[in-house]
Structures are given as structure tokens and as C-alpha cells.
Design a protein around this ligand. Structure first.
Ligand code: PMP
Length: 392
């Protein structure tokens, strides 16, 4: 059997139509498949490769850590320098109240840990989340994602979870003194990059303060300059009680985190002790890679460069079949009339060396979330291919 057949035979499949590309090399903004064909990567591993694939500084940090140690102990027992130094860097780039970092294996584990922390801190059980938000695929996260199609087959899920519409003031009435937390993507990713009003986010923050509910901001996809500021919450003039990070956090290796004030986080040390346990969370290799990637982001990425690249994409993505373009920094959703049209455009792009896909809750929208280091000539070439694919 060739590797594609083995993939279909022995790799647990969940997609009815996997893309099935066989990439042998990734560098910067380029993926190369085994036939030698190159693709401009407009997906970035779904907002993971913000610094580009295999950034030399990230590779150096991984090599250095390889020579020291890999896994040595379960989370939180040993003083592991890569974790400590990365937490320090994160905290130094966050508001004062976000000063304690719990590193997990993945985004969804960060969501799980944060919901548990909110329950412990508030002694409440109800959770409010938003329609068309994605938070992960484990059963707690699945309970709060905002689409019944994805939840339904797995019921019973977590009780006490409510869903409301994003960016609607009436939704805030559901936040009460029984609410442990509100979990929100401030800018909704899989809904097709939907940005709410500043007023709504501020009202959400205010309602959480009035009721004592914790505001959990899921920046797993929006963090690390994706939206043009280091964290999306900065654009709304609020600070969440708990921040969730993942994806680009690990610099290409698996890493998630929930970040809160130490006063809150310390509640996981009592009654019961070990309030969240993980073997591999905060793996030293992932933390070393992640810290190096964040340093690269802080050195090489600035809001102006994101803004000008976003503008260039918007200028070039014009065609009668493109109904609209939602964007927040280097995060664009290009809307067609249907999934079928979008699928044809995506297939045309892939055939012509541009990798893109669609959004989970917005199947008529084509995804643009490239490495933030994408060059102007790559943007021009990618947009040429997208527009040409519209004619198919
Ligand atoms: N939250 C958001 C906003 C996400 O986009 C994702 C992943 N697409 C997750 C949570 C879950 O992260 P993971 O796949 O690492 O569990």
C-alpha cells in the first residue's frame, strides 16, 4: 500500500473528504509536497504558524532543549526552566491581573481547565457561551461550542450550559448570579471572522463584574498578533478574568494555556488538591519552542505590517463572486454564495499552489490566516490564484 492508502486505512478518519496532501517540507510560508509542488500556505496550520514554518530561532531553541531534557515529571512538580521562562515572558506581555499560567497540551484542555477553575472560584455551575463559537472537541468544550449539529450526537453533555447570540445586548440578560463563567471568543473565528462592537464587549465585561461571573476569553486562534494586536482583547479596552491560549502558543509544537490571577489559580491547590492534572502539559520542548516563537513575534511583527498586509489582501480580493470579506488583521473570511462555490474555489487554489480551506461554522467562507511573516509578493500571487479560481 502507498502512504495515502495507509493513511486512509490506518489513521483514524473523521473527515469524509480529507485534503490528503502529502507535505514533505515546510518553510516560512511555503509547503512542498512529495511531487515537489509548492503551495503558498494561507492556512498556517489554522493560525498556528504565525512566525512561519520552522523559523530558525524556534528550531535552535528546540535543539538546545533536546540536549537538556524532554519529559522529566508530571506538570507542576519540578522547576522546569523552559516553562518558567515562557510564563515570565507571557506575563510580562499581559495586564497585571493575568499573572499565573497553567500550561496544557492543547487548546481544548485549556478550555476544560478554565471552566473547572471558574467553578472552583465562584462555587457556581452555570456557563454561558455563544452561538457559532468553537472551543474544542473534548466533552466539556463540546458542551459549550455554539452549534447543535456538532453537539447533538454526544449528549448528555455538561448540564447548566446556555447559548446566546454574540454581539446582541439581549444575550447579556442570561448572565446572572448563578453564572460561573462566560466563555467567549471576542472575535469569532469559525463563524467567519466576526468582530462585535466594542460597546458590546464592554457591556459583557460590565455584566460579568456586576454578577461575579468570570469572563473567559478564548484567544486560542486570535492571539499572537493574528488580529493586528498581540491579544484581541486589547482592541476592546477590557481585560478577561481568564485568558485561553493555544495554537501559535507552541511555535509549531502542541501547547495550550489558561492564564488568570494567582489568587484565582491558587484555588486549584486546595479541596481537592491537584485541581487539574496533566502529564505532558507544558512539555519543556513545547515551552522552549513557544517562547522562541513569541520572541520572534515580538521582534518581527508589528501592528502596522499586519494592517498593510490586511489592506493588500482586501484590495486584491475583488471578484463578482466574492460577496464580502470579513477581516481582523491577517485573518480574513472571503464569502461566496454557497459552500459549493467555495469548495470549487478552494480546489482551484490548491490545484494552482495556494493552500486554503473553509470555516467550520461558515462553510461558504474561504479561510485566509497565513503566517504573519507572509511577504507582499506571496500575497499578490495568492490573491491572483484565488481570483482566477473564482472564474472556474
Ligand atoms: N478555541 C478556538 C477558538 C479554536 O479555534 C480551537 C481550535 N480550532 C480550540 C479552542 C481548540 O483547540 P485544540 O484543537 O488545540 O484543542
Amino acid at each position: 500500500m502507498n502512504t495515502r492508502e495507509l493513511f486512509l486505512q490506518h489513521i483514524g478518519q473523521t473527515s469524509p473528504a480529507p485534503m490528503g496532501l502529502e507535505i514533505v517540507k515546510a518553510e516560512g510560508c511555503t509547503l512542498t509536497d512529495k511531487s515537489g509542488k509548492a503551495y503558498i500556505d494561507l492556512v498556517g496550520g489554522i493560525s498556528v504558524a504565525n512566525t512561519g514554518h520552522r523559523h530558525p530561532k524556534v528550531l535552535d531553541a528546540i535543539r538546545e532543549q533536546l540536549d537538556a531534557y524532554l519529559h522529566i515529571m508530571v506538570y507542576g512538580e519540578f522547576v522546569e526552566t523552559p516553562q518558567v521562562r515562557y510564563a515570565e515572558l507571557l506575563v510580562n506581555n499581559l495586564p497585571a491581573s493575568l499573572n499565573s499560567v497553567y500550561f496544557t497540551n492543547s487548546g481544548t484542555e485549556a478550555v476544560e481547565g478554565a471552566m473547572k477553575l471558574a467553578k472552583r472560584v465562584t462555587n457556581r455551575a452555570e456557563i454561558l457561551a455563544f452561538n457559532h463559537s468553537y472551543h474544542g472537541s473534548t466533552q466539556g468544550s463540546l458542551s459549550i461550542i455554539g452549534d447543535e449539529y456538532w453537539r447533538n450526537a454526544y449528549r448528555p453533555l455538561l448540564p447548566g450550559v446556555y447559548h446566546a447570540n454574540h454581539n446582541e445586548f439581549a444575550s447579556l440578560d442570561l448572565i446572572t448570579e448563578n453564572t460561573a463563567c462566560v466563555v467567549a471568543e471576542l472575535i469569532q473565528a469559525e463563524a467567519g471572522v466576526k468582530t462585535p462592537s466594542r460597546e458590546w464587549i464592554q457591556a459583557l465585561r460590565k455584566k460579568c463584574d456586576e454578577t461575579g461571573a468570570l469572563l473567559i476569553a478564548d484567544e486560542i486562534q486570535s492571539g499572537f498578533f493574528r488580529t493586528g494586536s498581540l491579544w484581541a482583547f486589547e482592541q476592546f479596552g477590557i481585560v478577561p478574568d481568564i485568558l485561553l491560549l493555544g495554537k501559535a502558543l507552541g511555535g509549531g509544537l502542541p501547547l495550550g494555556a489558561f492564564i488568570a490571577d494567582k489568587k484565582l489559580m491558587d484555588q486549584l491547590t486546595v479541596n481537592p488538591v491537584l485541581g487539574h492534572i496533566t502529564t505532558f502539559g507544558g512539555h519543556p520542548l513545547c515551552c522552549a519552542a513557544g517562547k522562541a516563537a513569541m520572541e520572534v513575534i515580538l521582534e518581527e511583527i508589528n501592528p502596522e505590517s499586519i494592517q498593510s498586509k490586511e489592506k493588500l489582501f482586501r484590495e486584491l480580493l475583488v471578484h463578482p463572486k466574492i460577496k464580502s470579506v470579513n477581516s481582523a488583521g491577517l485573518w480574513l473570511a472571503v464569502e461566496f454564495d454557497s459552500f459549493e462555490t467555495n469548495k470549487k474555489v478552494i480546489e482551484g487554489c490548491i490545484a494552482n499552489g495556494v493552500l486554503t480551506d473553509w470555516f467550520l461554522f461558515a462553510p461558504a467562507c474561504l479561510r485566509v490566516s497565513p503566517p504573519l511573516v507572509i511577504r507582499e509578493e506571496e500575497i499578490v500571487q495568492a490573491c491572483k490564484v484565488i481570483v482566477a479560481s473564482c472564474k472556474i
